[in-house]
Design a protein around this ligand. Structure first.
Ligand SMILES: Nc1nc2c(c(=O)[nH]1)N[C@H]1C(S)=C(S)[C@@H](COP(=O)(O)O)O[C@H]1N2
Ligand SMILES: [Mo]
Length: 211
C-alpha cells in the first residue's frame, strides 16, 4: 500500500497534490448544514440567467436528467481545509454537454452553481467549461450516497472542493461575477488549489468583486 492507501497496482498513478495538501484515506463527508432529503417528484435541475436563446429546453426532472449523455472523469478532490482525496472516477453529465444543450448568451463570463438550501459557488465560465468539469451522479461506478450529494453534485477538479456543490439543482449563467456562499464568507473568489487561493485576504485586484 502506498501512503494514499491504494493497492500496489495503482502506485504511481496518483497525481501530484496541490501545495499544502495532504492525502486523506477514505472519503470523509464535509459540508455545511443538513443533508437534504431527495424527493424525486419535486426534484428539478434548471439552467437560468443569461441564455443565448429563450424557449429551448432549460429544465429536467430526475428521469430526464438521468437520460442525458453519460461521461466519466478521473479526478481527486482538494478540500481547502488541507486534505485531498485520491483520484476517483466521477460519472455524470459533462459541463460541456450542458453548455451545448443550453448555450450561454455571448456576454456570459461566470456561472453560479446552486444547490439545495441556497448553497452556491461561483466560478469563471472557463473553469465550468473545462473538459474535466462534470455534473456527477456516480463515483467509481456507484451512485452517489445522500451525504456525498445524491442525486447530483458538481465536480470541478481545477478548483477547491467547496466550488463543487453537492445536491446541485441549477446553473445560473452570469454576465458579471458575483460571490457564492463561501466566497462571501472569507474564502477566495477564484479558489485555484495549484495557486493556493484559499482565503479572500489573498485576493489581488481583479480576482473578484468587492467584499
Ligand atoms: N451543498 C453543499 N455542497 C458542498 C459543500 C457544502 O457545504 N454544501 N461543501 C463543499 C466542500 S467544502 C467540500 S470539500 C466537498 C466535500 O465533498 P464530500 O463530502 O463528498 O467529500 O463538498 C463541497 N460541496
Ligand atoms: Mo472543503
Amino acid at each position: 500500500m502506498d501512503p494514499m492507501g491504494q493497492p500496489e497496482s495503482r502506485e504511481g498513478e496518483q497525481s501530484v497534490l496541490p501545495p499544502g495538501q495532504r492525502p486523506q484515506k477514505g472519503w470523509p463527508v464535509t459540508h455545511y448544514g443538513p443533508v437534504p432529503k431527495f424527493r424525486p417528484e419535486r426534484w428539478e435541475f434548471r439552467v437560468f440567467g443569461a441564455l443565448a436563446e429563450t424557449g429551448g429546453r432549460d429544465r429536467w426532472n430526475h428521469e430526464e436528467f438521468s437520460a442525458l449523455p453519460y461521461t466519466t472523469v478521473v479526478a481527486g478532490l482538494h478540500c481547502v481545509t488541507k486534505y485531498s482525496l485520491r483520484d476517483a472516477e466521477w460519472g455524470g453529465v459533462a459541463a460541456r454537454t450542458l453548455l451545448e444543450l443550453v448555450p450561454p448568451a455571448p456576454g456570459v463570463t461566470h456561472v453560479m452553481a446552486w444547490a439545495e438550501y441556497g448553497y452556491s459557488a461561483n466560478m469563471r465560465l472557463a473553469d465550468f467549461a473545462s473538459e474535466s468539469t462534470v455534473l456527477a451522479t456516480h463515483r467509481d461506478g456507484e451512485p452517489l450516497t445522500a451525504e456525498h450529494g445524491f442525486p447530483l453534485r458538481l465536480v470541478v477538479p481545477r478548483l477547491y472542493g467547496w466550488k463543487g456543490p453537492k445536491w446541485l439543482r441549477g446553473i445560473e449563467y452570469m454576465t458579471a461575477d458575483r460571490r457564492g456562499f463561501w466566497e462571501e464568507r472569507g474564502y477566495h473568489n477564484l479558489g485555484d488549489p495549484w495557486r493556493e487561493q484559499r482565503f479572500s485576504y489573498q485576493e489581488e485586484p481583479g480576482d473578484g468583486p468587492e467584499l
